[in-house]
Design a protein around this ligand. Structure first.
Ligand SMILES: Nc1ncnc2c1ncn2[C@@H]1O[C@H](COP(=O)(O)OP(=O)(O)OP(=O)(O)O)[C@@H](O)[C@H]1O
Length: 242
């Protein structure tokens, strides 16, 4: 599979080349690599926002645009709608799918509770901290019941402690229903190792390494960096990144 974009100097520029990738149901795959190597483009292709120049992409056996109901996309910044309360932000995707109000409100409440924001459903985005906003965005993504979660540096804007607590909430949700596939883009090698089953190291539009993370689950995120398996993987990947 290959992706090219028009080059401002003329002609086209190849951004992704020779990508041959299968992400099975239930697998948590992290994608790491330097800025500009094509990580977001890879996600956008799975989401059907970018078309490959060569090859095909298939999500749950369908062409990505027909598989929208299987996909949840969570960007780096929450992109909550400022004129909607936390609860109505979580409901938004379900509303777009035409679900009736009572039903979507129930689902939205359940997911707000799951991210520990049941008490905050009436608050507006500007009344929430960045960590709370990302948890609302998690609830909104989860409420859609996606088979495939596409996450583009979803926790990068959070401070270290908030990030840890939101990562824990996220991992708990994912572990409760393990059929969901996750493709998680991050700059943070430690985050990739702590969360994922598999890490794809990207560079210059290619997959340079494809590594299994054999750390036991459930994982204790606060102490995982002390694990010797974690450290060995960190060194291996760090050496390749530089
Ligand atoms: N729609 C587009 N048209 C033209 N060029 C694009 C388009 N989208 C991305 N690119 C180019 O493709 C390359 C890869 O971008 P991409 O956003 O996928 O990288 P990334 O690895 O996610 O980077 P970062 O880590 O900084 O977010 C960049 O050089 C970018 O300028």
């Amino acid at each position: 599979m290959k992706v090219s974009f028009p080059d401002p100097q003329g002609g086209t520029r190849t951004i992704l080349d020779n990508i041959d990738l299968t992400v099975p149901a239930g697998e948590f795959t992290a994608v790491v690599g330097r800025s500009g190597c094509g990580k977001t483009t890879l996600l956008n292709m799975v989401a059907g926002l970018v078309d490959p120049a060569e090859g095909t992409v298939s999500v749950a056996g369908k062409e990505p645009r027909s598989a929208r109901n299987h996909l949840g996309y969570m960007p780096a910044r929450d992109a909550l709608l400022p004129w909607r309360s936390a609860l109505r932000n979580v409901e938004y995707g379900l509303e777009l799918r035409g679900m009736r109000k009572a039903e979507r409100r129930n689902i939205a409440r359940r997911w707000l509770n799951a991210v520990h924001l049941g008490q905050s459903e009436r608050l507006w985005p500007w009344q929430l901290s960045q960590g709370m906003r990302q948890r609302v965005a998690l609830a909104r993504t989860w409420a859609l019941n996606p088979d495939v979660l596409l996450m583009d540096e979803p926790f990068a804007a959070l401070d270290v402690n908030t990030r840890l607590s939101v990562q824990e909430v996220f991992l708990q949700l994912w572990q409760q229903e393990e059929h969901r596939a996750v493709i998680f883009v991050t700059h943070d090698l430690g985050e990739a190792i702590a969360l994922a089953d598999r890490i794809l190291l990207m560079g210059e539009g290619k997959i340079l390494d494809d590594v299994r993370v054999d750390l036991d689950r459930p994982r204790e995120l606060a102490t995982i960096a002390a694990d010797s398996g974690y450290q060995a993987l960190y060194e291996r990947l760090r050496a390749q990144l530089h």
